[in-house]
Design a binder for this molecule. Structure first.
Ligand code: F6R
Length: 366
C-alpha cells in the first residue's frame, strides 16, 4: 500500500509528478490556449464578474490559498483576500453578493472551513470548493467546485494536496484571466504550456533527492530554522516551515524575506539554518541582498534557486536547483525540496513521520 516506500509521506511526495498531472488532466489545453473546468461551468459568469475573491482555508491549504492570491491577482487582476477559515468565521466579515468565496480543503471535513462555507452562503455569496476527498462534506455543501484528483493523501503532513491545490488555483487564475480579457490567447497558451511542463519538472527536482538527504544529515540537530521567500515564494517559506515543525518537531518560522530586518535578523547565528527561496524572478536581487546580510552575520544559508544559477555558490552552504518556470508557478517546484528536507530530517531524528504527535489528518473540531 505504501508502494515500496517506507512511509506514506515519501510515497506521496514522490507521486507528485502524477498527482499534479491528474489535477490538470482534461482541463489544461495548451494547443488551444484553453482551460476547461467542468465543475465551474455553471457558475462561470458569476465567477468572472466577481468584484473580489475571498479564499478561506486552514494550514497547508491556507498556504496554497496565498499562492492562489498571487496567481489570481497576477493573471486575472481580481482582488483576492486570503483568510484563515477560523478567523473569517468569527470576525463578522464584510461580504457582498458580488464576492465569491473559494474554500480549499484536502479532507473536505475541516470544521472551520466548512463553517466558512456556511457563512459565505448565509451572506449570499457563491461558495466554490477546491477539495480532494470526493463526496466529503465541503464538496457537497459548496455551490460548485473543482476536485483536486490528487488521490488519497494518508500521511498527516500534506504534500501532494498542496501542489494539486496550487495547480488548480493556477487553472482558475488562467481561466479568469482569459474570460476577463486580461490575458491574450497567446498568453494563456504560454502559461498553459508552462503548467503542462510542471509534472516533468517536479520529477527533475525529485531526482535530486540525494543532495537533500545530505543536507538533512548536516542540519538534523538544529533546534531552529528560518525560511524566507518573497512574492509567489513567500507562501512556500511558510509551508517549508510548517512541514518541518509538524513532523520533525523542530521550531521553524517562515517570513517574507524583506521582513527579516524587522526582527528575525536578531536570531541569526551559525546554529540556525536559513533557507532562502531565491529564484531569479522579479524580486531576486532583493533576496540576494538578504542572503548577503545573513552570510555577513555568520549565518548558515541554504538556497533554493533556478537551474544554472551560480551566483549563490559563495554565499550558501547548499544550493538546490529547480527548473525554470514562470514566476507565479514557482511554488509548484520550490516546495518539493522543502518537503523532502523535512521528511529526511524527521526520519533521521526517529520521528513517526506519518503519524506526528498531537496531529490528526482531518480537524473536525473547531
Ligand atoms: C499540514 C496539514 C494541515 C492541513 C489543515 C487543513 O501538513 O496537513 O495543516 O493542511 O488541517 O486540512 P484540510 O486541507 O483537510 O482542510
Amino acid at each position: 500500500e505504501k508502494g515500496g516506500y517506507e512511509h506514506f509521506m515519501l510515497k506521496e511526495i514522490m507521486e507528485q509528478p502524477h498527482s499534479v498531472a491528474d489535477a490538470m488532466r482534461g482541463r489544461v489545453h495548451p494547443q488551444e490556449g484553453q482551460i476547461r473546468l467542468g465543475g465551474l461551468q455553471k457558475v462561470l459568469p458569476q465567477l468572472v464578474e466577481a468584484e473580489r475573491i475571498v479564499i478561506c482555508a486552514c494550514g497547508t491549504s491556507w498556504h496554497a490559498g496565498l499562492a492562489g492570491e498571487y496567481l489570481i491577482e497576477a493573471l486575472a487582476r481580481v482582488p483576492v483576500e486570503v483568510e484563515y477559515a477560523s478567523e473569517f468565521r468569527y470576525r463578522n466579515p464584510v461580504l457582498t453578493e458580488r464576492d465569491v468565496v473559494i474554500v480549499i480543503s484536502q479532507s473536505g471535513e475541516t470544521a472551520d472551513t466548512l463553517a466558512a462555507v456556511r457563512q459565505a452562503q448565509g451572506a449570499g455569496c457563491l461558495a466554490v470548493g477546491l477539495v480532494n476527498a470526493v463526496g466529503s462534506t465541503i464538496a457537497r455543501e459548496t455551490d460548485a467546485g473543482v476536485y483536486l484528483h490528487a488521490g488519497p493523501e494518508i500521511g498527516v503532513a500534506s504534500t501532494k494536496a498542496f501542489t494539486a491545490q496550487v495547480a488548480v488555483l493556477a487553472q482558475i487564475a488562467l481561466l479568469l484571466g482569459a474570460e476577463r480579457g486580461v490575458l491574450s490567447q497567446d498568453e494563456v497558451r504560454r502559461h498553459a504550456e508552462a503548467l503542462a511542463a510542471i509534472p516533468a519538472q517536479i520529477q527533475t527536482v525529485l531526482d535530486g533527492e540525494e543532495q537533500i538527504r545530505r543536507m538533512a544529515r548536516d542540519y538534523r540537530y538544529a533546534s531552529n530554522f528560518l525560511y524566507l521567500g518573497r512574492g509567489a515564494n513567500f507562501p512556500v517559506a511558510l509551508e517549508g516551515a510548517l512541514k518541518l515543525k509538524e513532523i520533525s518537531y523542530i521550531h521553524a518560522e517562515g517570513y517574507p524575506a524583506a521582513e527579516m530586518k524587522h526582527g528575525p535578523i536578531a536570531l541569526i547565528d551559525q546554529f540556525m539554518p536559513v533557507v532562502f527561496i531565491a529564484t531569479r524572478d522579479a524580486t531576486y536581487e532583493k533576496v540576494v541582498s538578504n542572503i548577503e546580510e545573513v552570510a555577513a552575520r555568520g549565518g548558515t544559508v541554504i538556497a533554493i534557486t533556478d537551474e544554472g544559477n551560480r551566483d549563490l555558490d559563495a554565499l550558501a552552504e547548499y544550493v538546490v536547483e529547480v527548473p525554470k518556470t514562470i514566476d507565479a508557478l514557482e511554488p509548484l517546484l520550490t516546495v518539493i525540496p522543502l518537503q523532502l528536507l523535512s521528511y529526511h530530517i524527521a526520519v533521521m531524528r526517529g520521528a513517526d513521520v506519518d503519524q506526528p504527535r498531537n496531529l490528526a489528518k482531518s480537524v473536525t473540531v473547531e
